[in-house]
Design a protein around this ligand. Sequence first.
Ligand code: MTE
Length: 317
Amino acid sequence: MARTPSTRILPSDITPPEVFFNRRQAIAAAIAAGVVGLAHEEPAGAASSGSGLKYTRNTRYSVNEAPNSYEDITTYNNFYEFGTDKSDPVQNAGSLRTRPWSVVVDGEAEVTGTFTLEDILKPHPLEERIYRFRCVEAWSMIVPWLGFPLGDLLKRFKPTSKAKYVQFTTLYDPKQMPGQRYPILDWPYVEGLRMDEAMHPLTLMVVGVYGKVLPNQNGAPLRLIVPWKYGFKSIKSIVKISFVERQPRNTWNVATPHEYGFYANVNPAVDHPRWSQAKERRIGNGFFAKRIDTLPFNGYADQVASLYKGMDLRRYF
Ligand code: MTE
């Protein structure tokens, strides 16, 4: 079980945006000169694999369960921009170019604009957190993600009191993302969170897995992880963050509104119209292994149930 969290964002963790964003040109120049390795720094004492990241383990927010293998996590994926089969993303996502990468921040915030990936990542120390991950299709994994709290990033943009939700958008580029040449979904993929969900310390901006830079098929270079919600909320390859007043329409809700809601909290008591959500198949245990019970809020109820106090979770599914 995950242990009860407390807020651990220190003021010293957050560089004020005016200070940080004024350093952009210096950082860009350093990167151009090859001085800043950023996403390619090696953990102290680690063998030089070329793709290791520096991070600290966060046991407080980690579950006590054995992670799935790197292979399970990186070869059994949903990333419809690269095909609809679980094995498509690993085969097709090589065409995604993740450098250079930039993220547009707009809407109800004092600091908006276009920021390089390096701008976005630089002030945030990386943590490894072992999270449960539950897909709406009733399979699950245990994943050692590397990332930092989304809330730490969002605070740097100083959202105004009008910012009630945050909307995230995936890259739209059918040349790099062949799945976007077909009208399978309403591209680009969009997701959203209520502001309090986005600021919750469990909500993670992820840049790596198993100590390494995130592979393309898992949503490189920047993807969200919201561990108490079904996997479709965890949007990949983000290019835009918008602070908005109204609840965004998320891609799967647009596709089939009666099947996928905005909240998508893992809830064994509310079935999907076409299947039960009471149990799940843990990837790696074999297809015929006994299904395990799905836990309310994916096992994170102690930490997040209070966010939904008084809400009818059958209606707001
Ligand atoms: N993000 C984008 N842009 N496109 C997608 O198709 N699939 C979602 C989510 N994020 C998806 C996405 C779904 S349904 C799941 S279960 C998770 O990504 C899968 O993440 P993983 O491949 O790292 O397991």
